[in-house]
Design a binder for this molecule. Structure first.
Ligand code: FES
Ligand SMILES: [Fe+2]
Length: 447
């Protein structure tokens, strides 16, 4: 179903632009010098982010740079924020039939999301229980190797009847159980039924597949109850993921989350694209929640409807969603962007403090697929997704450069950056071992 997948990197941020030569090798593909900060000890940094997050919105300010550059802080986030919560990995339309699978890496875990012969979706480790090989490393192991077929145009997607480790040809059922293991009959006490691919805790919610690596998170439906109400009108379990683009991002994962959630930057970054349609000044944030966030982006009067290349409006939407777009964060990293005719889902995954992997996708419903002008409208949707995201790639890349510089100053925030402040409050609550609103009064909505 996915139409295309393209890899981008920092060198293509200004697609088509001539390389800029000069200081820092900017635009030349030469990586920047990056200061290795002496850094703040983790305990001091956790104290400081709690102090900042407790400031009222009117006095709010940016986090210390170390929150975006420190390897120790990222390790803390992996244990206490990302690994402790739900990570959105896939949409069910990517693996519709038994035997369909999708390879994804999450927090250093090579994973397979697979629909079993029983129709159940499982999240398995790709690490072979023999001698640790990733059984399907990117670009190898399923495409022309072994029994699985790659699905063209869909990175990491395939179909198989079993999994085969290319190293010594141990094979596994779709539920991870060991099926075959040549020449192991002399291994004393070896029991085939005790061996298999490790499985992780997984839930399907509104058509999205989530994993919780710690195994201790409350159920997704409980965490995202308000978010579920927000997006019910899109009937996302019935939607199809039709665009998927992967981006190699030279910035911290939180730089992307903050950029995605605040609409203040429509004024600058998107002054020609999103600002005329959804002016920053009219955007507003819903009241604080423990596990999610919602920001409303009303259309400027007279601009929201009748665009020639829109898909048909989704008929089940509540009236207030017909005249706005909205962005949502299922804490800590599940990002949605809704419009009256489509939904965008972003998956951000930290690689190092300075580097993240991003998947940007678009989902549509059956009436869009049935539209006689679907191919043309899909191409326009893809262009739009790339164009406004290139604008964001450019600023996020430049922000990470600033975070490493001695010239970095902790700036004050606008009231239109309430989502940044709420995200700070989420991280600070995690540092206290809790969630926002559970030990502090919830911040009220801006409207
Ligand atoms: S490492 Fe997989 S079969 Fe040996
Ligand atoms: Fe943006």
């Amino acid at each position: 179903m996915v139409t295309s997948a393209t890899h981008f990197d920092a060198a293509t941020v200004k697609a088509g632009a001539p390389p800029v030569t000069g200081r820092s090798g900017q635009g030349t593909g030469i990586p920047d010098y990056r200061r290795t900060r002496p850094g703040m000890p983790l305990a001091g940094l956790l104290e400081e982010i709690q102090r900042v997050a407790d400031l009222p919105l009117e006095r709010s300010e940016a986090f210390p740079a170390a929150a975006y550059t420190s390897p120790e802080f990222l390790d803390w986030e992996v244990d206490n924020v990302l690994g402790a919560g739900w990570i959105g990995l896939a949409h069910i339309s990517q693996i519709p039939a038994p035997g369909d699978f999708l390879n994804v890496d999450a927090l250093g875990e090579p994973l397979i999301i697979v629909r079993g012969k029983d129709g159940e979706i499982r999240v398995l480790s790709r690490v072979c229980p023999h001698r640790a090989m990733d059984i399907m490393p990117p670009g190898f192991g399923y495409d022309g190797h072994g029994p699985a077929d790659a699905r063209s145009g869909s990175p990491g997607c395939g179909h198989t009847r079993l999994f085969l480790c290319p190293y010594h040809h141990w094979s596994f059922e779709l539920d991870g159980a060991l099926k075959g293991c040549p020449e192991m009959h002399k291994a004393d006490g070896f029991r085939r039924d005790e061996v298999g691919l490790k499985s992780f805790r997984c839930e399907v919610w509104h058509g999205f597949v989530f994993v919780n690596l710690s195994g201790s998170a409350a159920p997704v439906a409980e965490c995202y109850a308000e978010l579920g109400d927000d997006i019910a009108g899109w009937e996302t379990a019935k939607m199809s993921l039709v665009i998927a683009k992967e981006w190699d991002c030279p910035f911290n994962w939180k730089v992307l989350v903050e950029n995605f959630m605040e609409a203040y930057h429509h004024l600058g970054t998107h002054c020609k694209t999103l600002q005329p349609l959804m002016p920053a000044r009219d955007t507003w944030t819903t009241g604080e929640r423990a596990h999610s966030m919602r920001v409303n982006l009303p259309f400027k009067a007279g601009t929201g409807d009748g665009r020639d290349l829109d898909f048909p409006t989704i008929p089940t939407l509540p009236a207030d969603q017909l005249y706005q777009m909205a962005v949502y964060l299922g804490q800590p990293s599940f990002l949605l962007f809704t419009g009256p005719d489509r939904m965008f889902w972003y998956r951000i995954e930290p690689v190092t403090p300075d580097r993240s992997r991003l998947l940007t996708t678009c989902l549509v419903n059956d009436s869009a697929l049935a539209d006689p002008r679907y191919p043309e409208k899909l191409a326009a949707a893809e262009r739009m997704l790339v164009d406004f995201h290139l604008e964001d790639m450019e600023v996020c890349t430049a922000v990470q450069r600033g975070l490493h510089a001695t010239g970095y100053q902790r700036g004050r925030l606008s009231h239109l950056e309430m989502p940044v402040w709420l995200f700070q409050r989420y991280l600070a609550a995690r540092a206290r071992g809790t969630y926002p609103t559970l030990d502090r009064p919830p911040a009220p909505a801006q409207k």
